[in-house]
Write a protein that binds this ligand. Structure first.
Ligand SMILES: NC(=O)C1=CN([C@@H]2O[C@H](COP(=O)(O)OP(=O)(O)OC[C@H]3O[C@@H](n4cnc5c(N)ncnc54)[C@H](O)[C@@H]3O)[C@@H](O)[C@H]2O)C=CC1
Ligand SMILES: O=C(O)C(=O)Cc1ccc(O)cc1
Length: 307
């Protein structure tokens, strides 16, 4: 392993999972954590998410050769400012943010003299906080690196090696392309889930108890996604605004087509789309890309993971 000491800033689902995964898969790598919330720091110590938890971000990054920012994308600047004075000159600074172009810009502005290699482990759940972390989160999942064009190849290779050691399959991508792809595969699906659950709860005739009572089907899956962390997702939509708007316009056009098909009684259009999408789902399952949650496959998994 090309790194000796990793500092994890933000000890929620992602930061906690990295700490636990390093402990399990890279036991000789020292981990130091920090979180802005003192309750999270205490809980992280109790759970043993890192070898040690510092009381200050600057102390956590001292002598670290890899620093991973695991905070909401809107908090990246504050987190980067806090570590700036204490960073080792040769340290690799990375992150796990769900959107990449703006985060990369913020980190480059805040830490102009450091090597920044943004990353996005495409692995997560609807849960957040230090208790949500688990060591196998990244196993069999993609981790997308979006290094700037001039990035030091040896350092990009070192970060790839780190994520592969945690079980991920690593892909390198341009940040703008990442943001477009993730807008349609992750960000808009979350927006759809938040909206449909909001719509259902707003409908006067559908009371809260009826929503819960009749939520056995597809709606129940939407409620899982719609339980995702509000701060994190607000920040994703504020940061990936342009790509989300572009993909949302496309989606709204396609939704409009489905509306027209229903209005016109065009069963063939519906059947064609539903057949195509079923094949996509089967393809995903054949590749072994199912669900990251450890309890996936149990009929009651949504009850287990709800907060
Ligand atoms: N939740 C998910 O499924 C996934 C999340 N991500 C990304 O990972 C990042 C972290 O998300 P989660 O771990 O889910 O969130 P989380 O809410 O579980 O943890 C974030 C932690 O960051 C701390 N924090 C906030 N500002 C800070 C600062 N300035 N300095 C130090 N700590 C600070 C918070 O106190 C919190 O404990 C986000 O950027 C998110 O977009 C990426 C992949 C999956
Ligand atoms: O819980 C789910 O279904 C997710 O989609 C988790 C997730 C959330 C955000 C990411 O950037 C990556 C993965």
């Amino acid at each position: 392993m090309p790194f000796n000491k990793v500092a994890i800033i933000g000890l929620g689902l992602l930061g906690g999972s990295i700490g636990l995964a390093v402990r399990e898969r890279l036991p000789s790598l020292e981990t130091v954590g920090f979180d802005a919330d003192s309750d999270v720091r205490s809980r992280a110590r109790e759970l043993g998410l890192c070898g040690s938890v510092a009381e200050d971000a600057a102390i956590a990054v001292q002598d670290a050769d890899l620093v991973i920012l695991c905070v909401p994308v809107g908090a990246m600047r504050t987190a980067a400012e806090a570590i700036a004075p204490a960073l080792s000159p040769g340290a690799v600074v990375s992150d796990v943010g769900s959107s990449k172009e703006r985060v990369a810009r913020v980190l480059a502005e805040t830490l102009p003299d450091h090597t920044i290699i943004p990353a996005h482990p495409v692995a997560g759940t609807e849960r957040s906080g230090p208790d949500a972390g688990f060591a196998s989160l990244f196993a069999g999942r993609w981790c997308i690196l979006t290094p700037p064009a001039h990035a030091d190849e040896a350092k990009v290779g070192a970060l790839m090696q780190f994520w592969r050691a945690l079980g991920s399959t690593v892909e390198v991508m341009d940040a703008a392309h990442h943001d477009m792809v993730l807008a349609v595969t992750s960000h808009i699906p979350h927006l759809v889930a938040y909206t449909i659950v909001g719509t259902a709860s707003d409908l006067e005739e559908v009371t809260r108890s009826e929503v819960i009572k009749y939520s056995a089907g597809g709606f129940r899956d939407f409620t899982r996604i719609a339980a995702s962390d509000p701060t994190m997702w607000r920040d994703v939509f504020l940061h990936n605004r342009d790509a989300v708007l572009e993909m949302m316009d496309r989606f709204l056009r396609d939704l409009g087509s489905m509306r027209n098909a229903i209005d016109a009684g065009d069963g063939e259009a519906m059947f064609d789309l539903f057949t195509r999408t079923r094949a996509i789902r089967r393809g995903i399952l054949e590749q072994g890309q199912d669900d990251a949650r450890p309890d996936f496959g149990r009929a009651d998994h949504t009850q287990e993971t709800s907060e």
